[in-house]
Design a binder for this molecule. Structure first.
Ligand code: UD1
Ligand code: CA
Length: 482
């Protein structure tokens, strides 16, 4: 006989994420769960792990800074406020009212374990559903268990209680099996145990971990799902922990990209945010950071020393030692070394933004080139145009921004300044050093600089006068010296 689909056979599931703690050890104005790793705050990672479980209810317990946290939660999340942070059991108690009448399983996890994935949670729920104890907790053997709650077991290996590090005896401190801070409880025994929890411990707090001892002591079944991977349960309590967790997350993200066909020359110096998409056969050279909503196509070479934020890079682009934010770069473009593409910079197919070039809110047409030392702002550059070295679009008159429109196939001389608003017709040219204040028709030369005058013999006369002057001063000086 075939078993019924999981959806139908499953008991109702409520998830409670505890994220109201002050995060004192972070020494921060920002709520702990809003500290970021790899492009997302901790709470968003945890919410993301919970999402695929398809729980019937999702409650998130928040404290100060709740409004800030809210935006990173899925829409269906029900926020519960824990007014005073009196411990993890007190935080669960805050959610109790909202779950009045709920019958089924309650999965409780903490908002500060960002590396925890859905697979681990599914494994825990499966074990719980199979054996139906009052509580199934997640545990792991840690090389360095300090700071974590220790799992006590009796002679038969049954879980008897969890003791916090600071309350543990010397013998208990030797235990390496720790509480990961993830539990599934059957609702009724959870509420019963909760009402019995006291605060007689080193911190004077109500510890959820005491529920384990209360249930086990009362003869109810408590099980532990013990996993091997100690990294995934890591709790982030300090900035040092945050850096370690971010490092592990980063490695995970890079491995995923490498498996999908991306070459990462030096994973140690490459930073790719969650959600960044990278095509096959693209090479990320050392010291490359891809963050936010960034898309990179196939066959690109990004880096060394590249920063790309919220930008789109199409296939076959070379992007070297440059910085792009909210820019779009079409296939076959070359960028850098040392270009700065700012919001609204759009390079069309095969275009080039070269060395010491800054482009903002401008379209650079197909195959057009801005190779050296230029500022292009609020401009349109037509297909195949070539911008000479050191061109500037003077887009701001002190009050408003104006556009410069340069036609296709235009060749501009070095050091041209375009005083916007100004239009340059297709196929035209500008003379080097021109300050262009008026429109140039198509196929014309715009030249706007004072005519050169050569003054005959001037340099010779100057150097003669100079020599004579020097002699005089020398003699003068000699007379002065004793
Ligand atoms: C907790 C566990 C410990 C476990 C470790 C795993 C307890 C008492 N201890 O310790 O056994 O090994 O996690 O990472 O549970 N929170 C609230 N309200 C409060 C207090 C805390 O919402 O009043 C939230 C925090 O925001 C945090 C979570 O609960 O997300 C855990 O609190 P934290 O203080 O970090 O507990 P640990 O000391 O790490
Ligand atoms: Ca913690």
């Amino acid at each position: 006989m075939q078993s019924a689909p999981a959806e139908e056979s499953r008991r109702p599931l409520a998830v409670i994420v505890l994220a109201a703690g002050l995060g004192t050890r972070m020494k921060s104005k920002t709520p702990k769960v809003l500290h970021h790793l790899c492009g997302k705050p901790m709470i968003a990672w945890v919410a993301g792990a919970v999402e695929p479980l398809g729980a019937d209810r999702l409650l998130v317990v928040l404290g100060s800074g709740a409004e800030e946290v809210h935006q990173f939660l899925p829409e269906r999340a029900e926020v519960v406020i824990q007014e005073e942070q009196r411990g993890t059991a007190d935080a669960v108690a805050a959610a109790r009212e909202a779950l009045e009448g709920f019958e089924g399983d309650v999965l409780i996890l903490y908002g500060d374990t960002p590396l925890l994935g859905s697979e681990v949670l599914t494994g825990l729920l499966e074990l719980h559903a199979r054996d139906e104890p009052a509580c199934t907790m997640l545990a792991v053997e840690m090389d360095d268990p300090s700071h974590y709650g220790r799992v006590n077991r009796d002679a038969d290996g049954r879980v008897t209680r969890v003791v916090e590090h600071r309350d543990a005896s010397d013998a208990e401190k030797e235990i390496r099996e720790v509480n990961a801070g993830v539990y599934v409880f059957e609702a009724a025994p959870l509420w019963e145990a909760l009402s019995e929890i006291g605060s007689a411990n080193d911190q004077g707090e109500y510890y959820l971990t005491d529920a384990v001892g209360i249930l086990a002591g009362g003869g109810q079944a408590v099980m532990a799902h013990v996993i091997d991977d100690q990294d995934v349960v890591m709790g982030v309590n300090s900035r040092a922990d945050l850096a370690v967790a971010a490092g592990l997350m980063r490695q995970r993200i890079l491995e995923r990209h490498m498996l999908a066909g991306v070459t990462v020359t030096d994973p140690g110096s490459t930073y790719v945010d969650d959600g960044v998409i990278i095509g096959r056969d693209t090479i990320l050279e050392p010291m490359t950071t891809l963050s936010g909503r960034t898309f990179v196509g196939e066959d690109c070479v990004i880096g060394p020393s590249a920063v790309v934020v919220d930008s789109t890079i199409d296939d076959g682009v070379r992007f070297v030692s440059s910085y792009a934010v909210e820019a779009s770069i079409a296939a076959g473009c070359t960028v850098g070394p040392f270009a700065y593409l700012r919001p609204g910079a759009a390079l069309e197919q095969g275009a080039k933004a070269g060395t010491f070039v800054e482009i903002k809110n401008s379209r650079v047409g197909e195959g057009a080139k801005v190779p050296h030392l230029s500022y292009i702002g609020d401009a349109e550059i037509g297909a195949g145009a070539n911008i000479g070295a050191g061109n500037i679009t003077a887009n701001y008159d002190g009050v408003s921004k104006h556009r410069t429109v340069i036609g296709s196939g235009v060749h501009t001389g070095a050091d041209t300044v375009f005083v916007a608003p100004v239009e340059v017709g297709d196929g035209s040219m500008t003379g080097a050093g021109s300050v262009i204040t008026e429109d140039i028709p198509g196929e014309a030369l715009g030249i706007a600089r004072s005519r050169q005058r050569n003054i005959g013999g001037f340099a010779r006369r100057l150097s003669k006068a100079g020599r004579a002057g020097k002699k005089n001063t020398k003699r003068g000086k000699q007379r002065e010296t004793p």
